[in-house]
Design a protein around this ligand. Structure first.
Ligand SMILES: [Zn+2]
Ligand SMILES: [Zn+2]
Length: 810
């Protein structure tokens, strides 16, 4: 595409995303441009987006990039459609992975809690800086100034503690002994999200238990837990063992008598079909202990050594296993053993630990979540779910929950549980509001004696909150629940919660639970739940597989706008492998947008007149009617969060209709016009199409559209930024009939093909051409003969009735 003869363009020929993107990212942070991003609380309809606070690992992966881009695009679109948008960005700071980094990489001991916390904060601040830089390089522009939050800040602690006190006042907090997942190497309890299964080689031991005068064979991988065996279980449908149900059996070596239970969750195919229930060998044991109210015997301590196990006390678990096996054999209770590969629950996630986990019983804090299943289901029912199937995923989860929510963790870097308890009667004592945030492990209690029993042994706790306790109040944090009731009334519930489908059972569930219990209303009107970006090989990205793609790679090479387009070519809700082809396509498209704007710029001088429907020629009418259709389609898709449909519609229109067809057809009217009015009309159409198109594209590709806006339109339009301009509406354009123009454009395309077939340059002169069509088509061609001849450099045209076709006369 050549530049205009009329004037020289200020724009470089080749679009350079790097310099353009950096320039606008800086500009958007200035006071002048902040006005386009600021939540003003000025009476316009509020649109609140509850965005995911990423865990502060320091690395912003493609998945994060995807969330940021979705949220940024929704916010930009909503601002352009007249909303006062709250686009927050938080940071989920606290948790074990950070503790491990500080402990092992910085070699800081957890003994000095205050120092350890300070070091964790330092580490986290560095991680946030690095992640924030990448977010900004993606064009992400939340309202940092007013709505950035960090869960490690004292103000956030205060908010979390306030909500826990409110829940305590409703009688929803209690404390009791409960088994936790414990990593003996790291010396801490773990959240479910930190666990995974490792395939390990082990042995399956077949043991003989005596039941009356018969033997029961039990297969187990963990004979060292025999001291904690509380029952045996068989499947009620297993006829081999119907004789044993209800009988008592004697445990080898330790000799305790245990009942044989019938439970349908016993797998008849595993081992012999008889399993032992220990407290605790695995998660199934915990369920059975709860259901059958079995006694609890601890067999492993915090350091992974045996306890309550007689002569085995003090041995490491693995050593004890071998010793017990030997003794079983000597006693005649070991029938046989075999090599066995099995899945072992281990500390696998967000750490390099890989230690098998044990279950330890500890005093723990709980929220009575089981009482609110109906509440959560009711609120979920009222929400709009995109995609719809995620709703049933949440419903299934809520229905399957069996225990209250265990909210305490035996760690350091977390929001302190804000309660004391009476060591005599277990009564819970809350702090005074004015003392928040509080760390009860060091702060004195507000009372000297227990209000319940009068006892004086009031104890604080060094336990901290599960990270989901922090993040499940984000809709309250961003809507001003704790600081501005007026704002809260207007901004809550949030209009949209955006998150990944892997945290429906956690972040989604806990947020609905907590917010509904605290406010009486569910936290969001709608949820947009996206899938995962997989490695190019179609599997989950992981460092060990070497298939991780970080956004920087692509930003440096193709620019953020190209990546954003590529991410939006995906369907919301499903997982997909990351591919570079759509990014490359995105970059080529941006070059088209750039070149066409550069071409047009040469013809824009001063104020460009609005399109006057009276002067339009048929090709003008066609491109304007196509633009109207595209605007309708894009708006409709954006309203429904069907970004791929919007992107596809805009790309097809702009590239194929506008650049490939219209611009080629308009050139004679600009370079060698029939009259000044027609040229002015052509310029006004170019202006209108580009002005509307860059606004359609602005939420998706914010940088290039800003650059073009500032170069071509700001003077004329007056908005500080393209992002402060309104999103186009179809009714703002004249309603014109494009059908004749479509015929003309198709004939021009056909003649162009004929030139290519005849190996003629497009600019080569041709003596004549014969064009065929029905009488109606021929009439249209005749009316537009001047344009057709000029575009294709054909001296004369002949017309013949017949099937639509064309041939050149050389
Ligand atoms: Zn560990
Ligand atoms: Zn008491």
């Amino acid at each position: 595409m050549s530049s205009a003869k009329d004037g020289t363009s200020k724009m470089e020929k080749v679009y350079s995303p790097r310099s353009v993107e950096e320039k606008w990212q800086k500009a958007w942070m200035t006071e002048e441009f902040y006005q386009a991003y600021k939540f003003k609380n000025d009476g316009r309809p509020v649109f609140t987006i509850d965005t995911p606070p990423p865990f502060t690992s320091g690395e912003l992966h493609m998945g994060h990039a995807y969330w940021n881009v979705i949220n940024d695009t929704v916010a930009r679109y909503k601002r352009m459609t007249g909303h006062d948008v709250i686009l927050p960005q938080g940071w989920d700071c606290q948790g074990l992975p950070t503790e491990l980094k500080v402990q092992y990489r910085w070699k800081v001991s957890r003994e000095d809690r205050a120092l350890f916390r300070k070091k964790c904060e330092e580490w986290t601040a560095n991680m946030i800086d690095s992640m924030k830089r990448t977010m900004i390089r993606l064009g992400y522009r939340p309202d940092w100034e007013q709505f950035e939050y960090r869960t490690m800040d004292k103000s956030y602690w205060r908010a979390v503690q306030e909500t826990l006190i409110q829940m305590h006042e409703k009688g929803l907090i209690y404390r009791k002994e409960f088994p936790v997942h414990w990593c003996s190497k790291c010396g801490t309890a773990l959240a479910q999200a930190e666990l995974g299964y490792l395939q390990k080689k082990g042995k399956l031991y077949y043991l003989r238990f005596r039941a009356g005068d018969r033997d029961l064979e039990v297969a187990t991988t963990r004979p060292e837990l025999l001291n904690a065996c509380q029952a045996l279980a068989v499947n009620p449908g297993d006829s081999r063992y119907s004789w044993a149900v209800g009988k008592e059996a004697t445990v080898p070596i330790f000799g305790q008598r245990v009942r044989v239970l019938a439970d349908s969750s016993v797998d008849m195919e595993f081992g012999t079909g008889v399993v032992m229930i220990c407290t605790y060998g695995d998660e199934q044991d915990i369920k059975w202990q709860q259901i059958y109210k079995l006694p609890v015997t601890r067999s492993v301590d915090e350091y992974g050594r045996m306890v309550n196990a007689g002569k085995y006390n003090g041995m490491k678990v693995a050593d004890a296993r071998e010793e017990v096996a030997k003794d079983l054999e000597a006693e005649g209770s070991l029938i046989r053993s075999e090599e066995f590969v099995h899945n072992v629950l281990a500390h696998t996630e967000r750490a390099d630990c890989m230690t098998p986990i044990e279950f330890l019983t500890k005093d723990q804090w709980f929220i009575k979540s089981m009482d609110f299943k109906e509440t959560v289901l009711r609120e979920a029912e009222r929400m709009e779910w995109i995609p719809e199937f995620v709703h049933s995923r949440l419903v299934d989860w809520v229905n399957s929950i069996e225990w209250d929510w265990l909210i305490s963790r035996q760690r350091v870097f977390g929001t302190p549980i804000p309660f004391w308890f009476c060591s005599d009667c277990n009564h819970i004592i809350a702090p005074r509001r004015e003392d928040l945030p509080v760390d009860t492990s060091s702060a004195p209690p507000p009372v000297e004696r227990c209000p319940n029993c009068g006892g004086s042994r009031i104890t604080g706790t060094s336990d901290v909150c599960d990270c989901w306790v922090d993040s499940s109040i984000t809709p309250l944090i961003v809507t001003g629940y704790f600081r501005d009731r007026g704002l809260f009334e207007r901004a809550y519930p949030a209009d949209l919660r955006q998150q990944g489908h892997d945290i429906v059972r956690t972040w989604m569930y806990y947020t609905i639970l907590r917010c509904a219990v605290l406010t009486g209303t569910g936290p969001f009107k709608g949820a947009l739940v996206n899938g995962h970006i997989l490695g190019p090989d179609g599997t989950r990205m992981s460092k060990s597989k070497g298939n991780v793609i970080i956004p920087e790679q692509g930003i440096n090479q193709y620019g953020a706008d190209a990546i954003r387009q590529a991410l939006f070519s995906l369907t919301i809700g499903s997982d997909f492998p990351f591919k570079w082809e759509p990014v490359k396509y995105g970059k080529s498209f941006l070059q088209k947008v750039w070149s066409s704007s550069r071409f047009a710029e040469g013809f824009f001088s001063g104020m460009v007149a609005k399109v006057n429907p009276k002067g339009l020629d048929e090709t003008d009418k066609w491109i304007i009617s196509r633009l109207r259709e595209t605007i309708s389609k894009a708006r409709d898709a954006m309203e429904k969060y069907q970004f791929h449909i919007a992107v596809d519609a805009i790309q097809k229109f702009y590239w194929h209709d506008f650049c490939d067809q219209y611009i080629e057809a308009v050139k004679p009217r600009l370079y060698s016009p029939r009259n000044a009015e027609d040229k002015a009309t052509a310029v006004s159409v170019l202006h209108t199409v580009i002005w509307n198109s860059i606004r359609l594209l602005a939420p998706i590709c914010p940088h290039i559209t800003e650059e073009i806006y500032q170069s071509l339109f700001r003077e004329n339009m007056g908005f500080v930024s393209v992002h402060a301009a309104p999103y186009p509406k179809p009714e703002e354009l004249p309603e014109v009939d494009g059908t004749k123009g479509e015929k003309v454009i198709a004939m021009i395309a056909l003649l162009r093909t004929r030139k290519v077939e005849n190996k003629l340059a497009l600019s080569a002169g041709v003596r004549g051409a014969v064009i065929h069509g029905n009488s109606e088509e021929l009439k249209v061609y005749k009316e537009n003969e001047w344009l057709i001849r000029q575009v294709l450099h054909i001296d004369s045209l002949e017309y013949k009735i017949g099937e639509k076709d064309a041939e050149l006369i050389k």
